[in-house]
Design a protein around this ligand. Structure first.
Ligand code: SF4
Length: 71
């Protein structure tokens, strides 16, 4: 069974950390403002109760660098 995961396109992300503000349960900013998963995963799993918030973060990413993927 696949899991919904948050994928960051590092070639597009401009590192202003908006997604970490919108999704603090999953993401923190590193010292340069780039988002990193609290779990340390490259593509953190998005629990069902955070999927609406994750979708909002995807829609608001100014660089179109965030995606939800099924893996
Ligand atoms: S909102 Fe988009 S551009 Fe900004 S830090 Fe997050 S992934 Fe990068």
């Amino acid at each position: 069974m696949s899991t919904t995961r948050l994928h960051v396109d590092w070639t597009a992300c401009d590192g202003r950390g908006l997604c970490a503000e919108l999704l603090p349960e999953l993401l923190v900013e590193d010292d340069w403002g780039y988002p990193v998963a609290r779990t340390g995963e490259a593509e953190p799993a998005v629990p069902r109760q955070l999927q609406a918030s994750a979708r909002r973060a995807v829609d608001r990413c100014p660089a179109l660098a965030l995606r939800l993927v099924q893996r």
